[in-house]
Design a protein around this ligand. Sequence first.
Ligand code: F0G
Length: 481
Amino acid sequence: MAEIRFYGGEEIPLELHKVRIVQKLDLVPVERRAEAMAEAGFNTFLLKNKDIYLDMLTDSGVNAMSDRQLAAMMVADDSYAGSATFTRLTEKLTELFGTEYFLPAHQGRAAENIIAMTFVKKGSIIPMNYHFTTTKAHITRLGGYVEELVADEGVKIESDCPFKGNFDLEKLEKLLKEKHDRIPLMRIEAGTNLIGGQPLSLENIEKACDIAHSYGVLTVLDASLLQDNLYFIKTREKAAQNLSLREITRRISSKMDIIYFSGRKLGFARGGGISIHDKALYLKMRELVPMFEGFLTYGGMSVREMEAMTVGLEESMDIDVISQGPLFIKYMTDELIKRGVPVVTPPGGLGCHLDATRFIPHVRQEEYPAGSLAAAVYIAGGIRGMERGTISEQREEDGSEHLAAVELLRLALPRRVFTLSQVKYAVDRISWLYDNRNLIGGLKFIEEPSSLRFFFGRLEPVSPWPEALVKAFRKEFGESL
Ligand code: F0G
């Protein structure tokens, strides 16, 4: 992706790739969209793909692959043990991270499970800049606690802070000083997902790791969104401007004891794993891989995906490749700002994030503004986003609602998947919705699972607002889809 100056003065990101395989999409009428939303219990996870026009649920496992990734899949070595594919993947990780050992896992949360089972005990405290849903679920399942130490700026929706994922280093120092005997590890989440794909600076990462190590606490990087974070370090951090992406990667990885990732994000494939410098740490976790994932040289992954991941990891060191996501997200965010739509700023990685709290201030947090906005955006445009607010939280132990710090609707931009005209369509439908925001109402649970409720919980509207929205859409757009 290139930031080219246009003669006409327009500022748009220009693709440095071409499309060679496409998937046909349908855009079903607004009446069907409202019906599909009801069938899905007003939970966008439960929608069927045939009813979706732009699937902005996630970037996980749905980034476009390159021709070289597809070609590599053809030469995968399908052996149960000792596969050459595994050797190639391990060697690539060693080259990029400097880590000697690699434990494969079927995806990111499986790596989290292995790390949590090895290090988390009842009463353990795990400090991190910010939690991720699956990470927290693994820690709390084992009786541990998550302590979020993101700097205050991180949860401010509108900000000009370039590194909103940064730790508050004073809070970190204080916590470690007081409670280090209960802290087996500190987790650093690159490209902090739940606060809008916001990066940490190289300086903050290095300082946080030094503090952790001074108290004998292990440092663990969740590198799932590392490629976006690398792009932001390279383009926003003065001290890193003369470093190559490889050098930045090495600077980060040399501070980590353990690096794990979802290969559905990092490496643009599917799978995951844990890279480790130290043999003793590797041996501590090793036996859990054949027990829960698969033999040590595939860990539940398909060898084809491992080959694609190896190439994808290499391609993540190319600024033209990793800039596509952030630049499209910036374009979408800036266009929404021009139309007055409240969004998370500065634009981060992963996707564009709408601020449901300001979009529909009349919907109380107990009636799930981010979930309501997700349903409304789908009805308005066949666009599927992901609720990142109170529905994505777990209830407290006493059953009371844990109100999220922020109510966001994430509209992910899987890398190299959508065209700019599709992004323009999304901006158009969202701005229409914003002008009709008073029609949107809240939701309530009708089926609420006790864990990870956002995946399979079912809700219903508190009033017949979806019908009102459909009516307004027809009035505005006539016969148009
Ligand atoms: N860590 C982070 C930062 C993630 O974003 C994810 C997944 C995981 C761990 C878990 O990895 O899905 O391979 O098991 N994020 C996806 C998303 C689900 O849509 O943001 P996984």
